[in-house]
Design a protein around this ligand. Structure first.
Ligand code: BES
Ligand code: MN
Ligand code: ZN
Length: 510
C-alpha cells in the first residue's frame, strides 16, 4: 500500500482568525438570522461586510452545508472567506459542526487552498471550545478522507489542505482545547485506519494480512499486546465452527487477540469482538454476482475493533480491554464445509449448517464463547451480519441487540454523541424455535423472516453470564453515496461509537 492518505496537520493559534495567515477563513452562518453574530460577525467586519452583502442579496442563505466563497478586494489577509451554512439554529446538533466543517474542508480542497482556519471561540454554537474543536477536527479529518492507495493516475489532483488552523482566541481554555484536538486526531485516525482496511482489496487484505496489521498496531503501542492463534491451535482448543468456515479457502484462518491494559491489574476487561471475514463469497451456498460484489467489507467489524483498540491505547483509557477478531475467508474450495455438515463449536454445542453463507454467526459463536475465558464485565460484538438488518433499518442505522439495559443505554448515549445512530431490535425468545435443528443443537439459519433477529438469537446461545451487546453494521458499513462526514465508500462506522462508549465508561453511569 502506497499512500495511507494522511489528513491535514492541525494547529492552534491564540488570537483572532484574521491573524492566522491562512488562505481561507471559515465563517459559520445560521439560516434565517436577522443579524450576523459571533465568529461570523467578526469575520464579516474584517472583510468589509461581504457576508452580510450576500445574505442581503439572498444568494447565500446559510442553509445546512451551503458554502459561499467570497473573495475580498484588497487589504484582507486571506485569499477568501468560506461562509458556511449551519442551517437553522433551532435544529443544531453536535453533528452539525462535523458536517459543516467537512463541507468547508471539501470546498477548500476543490479550490486548492493550502491552509484553512476555523474560529473556535466566539460562542457560535452551544458547544464549549474543546467540544467545538473536537467536532471541527473530526469533521475535517473524516470529510477529507480518500482511499488513494491503489491509484497511479490523477494522484496530484486536488491535494487536501496541508494545514488546518484552529483560532482559539486568547482565553485560558487552550490546554483543554489542545487535548481535545489531540483526542479528535486519534479517534479520526482510527476511523481512517478502519476505512483503509475495509477498502483494501480482498486479495491483499487476507486473514494473514489482517493479523500482520494487528501486530504492527501492537508493536507501535507498549500498552497493547497481541497473540494470534493459527489453525492448528484453534483445532487443539476446538474452535470448529470458525475452522469450518475457513475450510474452503487456501488462506489460513487467524484468530487475533489484542490485549490493552490501562486499568487496575485485577479489573475485569471489556471484550470487543469483530467479525473478520476478509471475503464472503457465500461458500458453497454461493452468492449471486450482485450480492457478492462488495463482500470485501465483511471484515469491517474486525477493522472497527482494531481501530477502537488502537484508539483506546493512544488515549490511555483507564480500562482493560480485549479485542478478538476471528479472521477467515469464506470460499467454496474443494475442502469447503457443506450444507448439512454438523460442526461442534468451542462451547460444545453442535450446529447444523443449513447455509454456508450464514458464516458470520459461526465464527462469532466460537469467538463469543472464547470471550468467556476473560470473565469479562461486558462483551460487545460488531459484525456485518445480515442483509435482513439492512432491509429492516436501511443504509445508515446500526442494529442494536443486547441482554442488558445498562449496556444498551451506554451504547445509545454514545450513538447520540457521535451521530453513529443505533436502533434496537428485539432478542425475541419466541423465535428460538426457528433456529432449532432436527439433528443438532442449533441450525445456522432461521429462514428469511426476521433474519437479523434470528441471527442475534443464535449468537446469544454462545454468550456467557455477562452483559452483551451485538451491533449489526451491515447497513452503514459502506456508503453508496457521499454523506457529510463519510465520503462514498467504507464508513468506519462503529469506531467512534465504541471509543465514545469506552471513554464514558468510568465517568458516566447510564
Ligand atoms: N456478510 C453477509 C451479510 C451482509 C449482507 C453484509 C449484505 C452486508 C451486506 C452475511 O454473511 C450473510 O451472507 N448473511 C446472509 C444470511 C442468510 C444466508 C441467513 C444474508 O443476510 O443473506
Ligand atoms: Mn455470508
Ligand atoms: Zn458474511
Amino acid at each position: 500500500m502506497k499512500d495511507r492518505g494522511e489528513g491535514p496537520a492541525f494547529t492552534m493559534s491564540a488570537g483572532k482568525i484574521s491573524a492566522t495567515g491562512a488562505d481561507a477563513w471559515v465563517a459559520p452562518v445560521y439560516e434565517g438570522e436577522k443579524r450576523l453574530s459571533g465568529d461570523a460577525a467578526e469575520i464579516d467586519r474584517a472583510c468589509g461586510g461581504l457576508i452580510g452583502e450576500r445574505l442581503a442579496a439572498g444568494d447565500f442563505k446559510g442553509t445546512f452545508r451551503e458554502i459561499c466563497v467570497l473573495y475580498p478586494r484588497g487589504g484582507l489577509k486571506c485569499r477568501c472567506v468560506l461562509a458556511a451554512g449551519m442551517g437553522k439554529k433551532t435544529e443544531f446538533r453536535p453533528e452539525t459542526v462535523r458536517a459543516v466543517s467537512a463541507a468547508a474542508a471539501q470546498k477548500a480542497r476543490a479550490l486548492n487552498l493550502r491552509t484553512l482556519a476555523f474560529p473556535i471561540d466566539a460562542g457560535s454554537t452551544p458547544l464549549n471550545p474543546p467540544e467545538l474543536a473536537e467536532a471541527v477536527v473530526e469533521g475535517v479529518a473524516l470529510g477529507l478522507y480518500r482511499f488513494a492507495a491503489y491509484r497511479t493516475l490523477d494522484t496530484e489532483e486536488a491535494p487536501s489542505p496541508a494545514q488546518v488552523i484552529l483560532a482559539v482566541g486568547k482565553g485560558r481554555s487552550r490546554p483543554v482545547v489542545e487535548q481535545a484536538v489531540q483526542r479528535a486526531q486519534i479517534v479520526s485516525g482510527a476511523v481512517r485506519l478502519a476505512r483503509d482496511l475495509v477498502s483494501t482489496p480482498p486479495g491483499d487484505m487476507t486473514p494473514s494480512a489482517l493479523a500482520r496489521v494487528s501486530a504492527d498496531l501492537a508493536a507501535a503501542r507498549p500498552s497493547l499486546s497481541i497473540e494470534v492463534l493459527d489453525a492448528d491451535r484453534m483445532r487443539e482448543i476446538g474452535m470448529n465452527a470458525l475452522l469450518g468456515v475457513g475450510c474452503g479457502s487456501h488462506e489460513p484462518p487467524k484468530f487475533i487477540i489484542l490485549t490493552y491494559r490501562g486499568g487496575e491489574t485485577d479489573a475485569s476487561p471489556i471484550v470487543l469482538v469483530g467479525k473478520g471475514v476478509t471475503f464472503d463469497s457465500g461458500g458453497l451456498s454461493l452468492k449471486s454476482q450482485e450480492n457478492m460484489e462488495g463482500m470485501k467489507d465483511d471484515m469491517a467489524g474486525g477493522a472497527v475493533v482494531l481501530g477502537a483498540m488502537a484508539a483506546a491505547a493512544d488515549l490511555s483509557l483507564p480500562l482493560n480491554l480485549v479485542g478478538l477478531v476471528p479472521a477467515v475467508e469464506n470460499l467454496p474450495g474443494g475442502g469447503a464445509y457443506k450444507p448439512g455438515d454438523v460442526l461442534k463449536s468451542l462451547s460444545g454445542r453442535t450446529i447444523e449448517v443449513m447455509n454456508t453463507d450464514a458464516e458470520g454467526r459461526l465464527l462469532l459463536a466460537d469467538t463469543l464463547n472464547y470471550a468467556n475465558r476473560y470473565a469479562p464485565q461486558a462483551v460487545i460484538d460488531v459484525a456485518t451480519l445480515t442483509g435482513a438488518c439492512v432491509v429492516a433499518l436501511g443504509p445508515e442505522l446500526i442494529g442494536l441487540f443486547g441482554n442488558d439495559d445498562a449496556l444498551k443505554a451506554r451504547l445509545r448515549a454514545a450513538a447520540e454523541a457521535t451521530g453513529e445512530a443505533v436502533w434496537e431490535l428485539p432478542l425475541w425468545r419466541d423465535y428460538d424455535e426457528m433456529i432449532k435443528s432436527d439433528i443438532a443443537d442449533f441450525k445456522n439459519t432461521g429462514g428469511r423472516e426476521g433474519g437479523a433477529i434470528t441471527a442475534a438469537l443464535f449468537l446469544s446461545k454462545f454468550v456467557g453470564p455477562h452483559p452483551w451487546a451485538h451491533l449489526d453494521i451491515a447497513g452503514p458499513v459502506w456508503a453508496k453515496k457521499d454523506r457529510p462526514t463519510i465520503p462514498k465508500g467504507a464508513s468506519g462506522v462503529g469506531v467512534r461509537l465504541l471509543v465514545r462508549m469506552l471513554r464514558d465508561w468510568t465517568t458516566a453511569t447510564p
